[in-house]
Design a protein around this ligand. Structure first.
Ligand SMILES: [Cu+2]
Length: 287
């Protein structure tokens, strides 16, 4: 009896996830408690990724249910008690053609939106702005070549630096200097690594690309809503890999112009300098 109750509970959870219950738990720009789905999308690419993910989930659920049904039929109808003298049939042409053709059709149906998504992700449209993100052990450096080539380092806020009552300074994600971009503009991101391989990833934008020393990778996003969006280094890069978050603030175009004017002054002295002091800094203390 208990087993049946557990099965019913598991089915109810699966149904809730399938019918989009997961989406209700997802946060915008950062993870949320009890989150089950992907983070809320804030770019056309992430909209497509979420659609593709849900589409695949239905296909996977249908295939798994079908296989489970076949297994149950075999167990019940063809065990040695109910079927003491098994049939000796070995071939069935129609069945063999079907179980070859149907999976091929399913794979083609999956491949079409999958390749379309890959092409859209890898083809940068006419960019309004370029930002270079350099992964370093263990922080990010952002450069704005189109806006006067100023450059600044973005380090995670330690527990004692963080304003705990501020919702936009989440633990292990808030940084001292955020990357700022204008809303509804195509931002081209040039990504590279200064020491080892890192990975630039912001879930709500659907962006994830390796930061490889000696190589310039390119990705893009168009943020459709203003706000704070957090990501993390997504390639194991050393002991403080978990403590080099990416924080992107999406603002209006006017606010962006104002920020650029102010940032040019603020980071003027940083330009071209190599902040080796950070590389040799003691380990981040996380409580
Ligand atoms: Cu890293």
């Amino acid at each position: 009896m208990l087993v049946i109750f557990r099965l019913i509970a598991a089915a109810a959870v699966a149904l809730a996830v399938l019918t989009g219950g997961g989406g209700a738990f997802a946060g915008l720009g950062q993870p949320s408690h009890w989150q089950m789905g992907l983070q809320e999308p804030a770019s056309p690419i992430m909209d497509d990724i979420v659609w593709f993910h849900d589409f695949l989930l239905w296909i996977i659920a249908a295939i798994s249910s079908f296989v489970l049904l076949l297994l149950i039929i075999v167990v019940v109808r063809f065990n040695s008690r109910s079927n003491p003298t098994p049939s000796r049939t070995t071939h069935n042409t129609v069945l063999e053609i079907l179980w070859t053709v149907i999976p091929v059709v399913i794979l083609v149906v999956i491949a079409v939106p999958s390749f379309r998504l890959l092409f859209v992700q890898l083809t940068t449209p006419q960019a309004d702005l370029t930002v270079k993100a350099t992964g370093k052990q263990w922080y990010w450096t952002f450069t704005y070549p189109d806006n006067g080539a100023f450059e600044f380092d973005s380090l995670m806020l330690q527990e004692n630096e963080r304003l705990k009552d501020k919702a936009d300074q989440p633990r292990l994600l808030a940084v001292d200097n955020e990357m700022v971009v204008p809303v509804n503009k195509v931002v081209r991101v040039h990504v590279t690594g200064a020491d080892v391989i890192h990975s630039f990833a912001v879930p709500s934008f659907g962006v994830k690309i390796d930061a490889i020393p000696g190589r310039l990778n390119e990705t893009w996003f168009k943020a459709t809503r203003e706000g704070m969006y957090y990501g993390q280094c997504s390639e194991l890069c050393g002991k403080d890999h978990a403590f080099m978050p990416i924080a992107v603030r999406v603002v209006s175009e006017q606010a962006f112009t104002a920020w650029v004017a102010q940032a040019k002054q603020k980071y003027a002295s940083d330009h071209g300098s190599v902040p080796t002091a950070f590389a040799a800094a003691p380990a981040a203390k996380i409580e």
